[in-house]
Write a protein that binds this ligand. Sequence first.
Ligand SMILES: NC(=O)c1ccc[n+]([C@@H]2O[C@H](COP(=O)([O-])OP(=O)(O)OC[C@H]3O[C@@H](n4cnc5c(N)ncnc54)[C@H](OP(=O)(O)O)[C@@H]3O)[C@@H](O)[C@H]2O)c1
Length: 339
Amino acid sequence: MSLNVGLVGATGMVGEEFIRLLTKRNFPIKSLRPFASEQSLGRSIELNSAKYPIQILEEGCFDGLDLVFFSSGDDISLEWAPKAVAAGATAIDNSAAFRMNPDYPLVVPEINADQLKSKDTPQLIANPNCSTIQLVVPLLGLKKFGLERVQVSSYQAVSGGGKPARDELLAQTRIHSESQSTDPVVDSKPDKFPHQIAYNCIPQIGGFNDDGYCSEEVKIMNETKKILGLPGLPVSAFTVRVPALNGHAEAVWVTLQQDVRRDDILFALKNTEGLQVIDDPKTNQYPTQVQASGQEDVFVGRVHKDLSQQNTWLMWVVADNIWKGAALNGLQIAERLFL
Ligand SMILES: NC(=O)c1ccc[n+]([C@@H]2O[C@H](COP(=O)([O-])OP(=O)(O)OC[C@H]3O[C@@H](n4cnc5c(N)ncnc54)[C@H](OP(=O)(O)O)[C@@H]3O)[C@@H](O)[C@H]2O)c1
């Protein structure tokens, strides 16, 4: 089987990685229809030595497609993903538009691929938030010990905000380096972030609600429960944007219902699909963002018992937010459906 594939947001941070991964994973493509905004008209996308011109979204634009990936933000997905399904395609959506809608599955294939319908049924599938995906993979490994509570603090790369956000960190770093100043303040007005991101950490990703949580934290707390099928699981998140270029890291506290030995925890994590354990802190072995960037798996290390809370384990979880956190997970959903 080879498929006619649409890619909405083909010129973006996630879209470009979709193109790279389609080739890397030999996804069977008959044709590609890449979509972007009007400003990208005239450009084309190269895939497997063929060139495909960028198109804009318009009525009938999905006709004849089997599968459409959406990576252009909530408003575009809300309007256009249902149209792709109505045109007979399966839509895999990277935005937050449908994630918490009970009518649509929110899928990390290692965990809940059983929620996908048959490949012959056009369907809309939501791809989870990047920080959520990398959190639920180790939680899957620990689920058999009974999950009592999850607390997470994230350290998220600028690539999570898309190309303009990444470029803002690069520009601020360049301006500062050229000034040869040792003062941490950069002479450049922030645009994509609420504060200077170079040499800084910003405890805000998205807008705040009345409870004091920002939207990234709410996504992690809600999506984790939906994916794991544990609506009553207490999850608390605190998210921070850091000046890493790519790769999100998370310090995670997991409270289990059972009293388990460290060896059993490590054995369970090592046997979890899509997860690699790097855990020898005394020789400085634990995963880092630079190491995880461009890798398909989620990584976990620094697994140790919390001395202040019963049955609670601390760990450091790292993944490439554009790959497993977005494009790769979307592609893995498509692979489960069609291959
Ligand atoms: N970055 C991440 O780590 C990550 C992780 C998970 C999910 N996501 C989600 O994935 C989506 C894309 O994120 P990104 O980081 O790739 O953003 P990005 O780098 O800013 O790319 C946005 C893409 O959307 C396209 N676009 C803008 N307006 C459009 C329109 N009217 N019609 C069609 N295409 C349009 C852009 O095309 P032009 O180049 O022509 O402007 C570009 O291709 C967002 O929903 C984001 O929340 C991102």
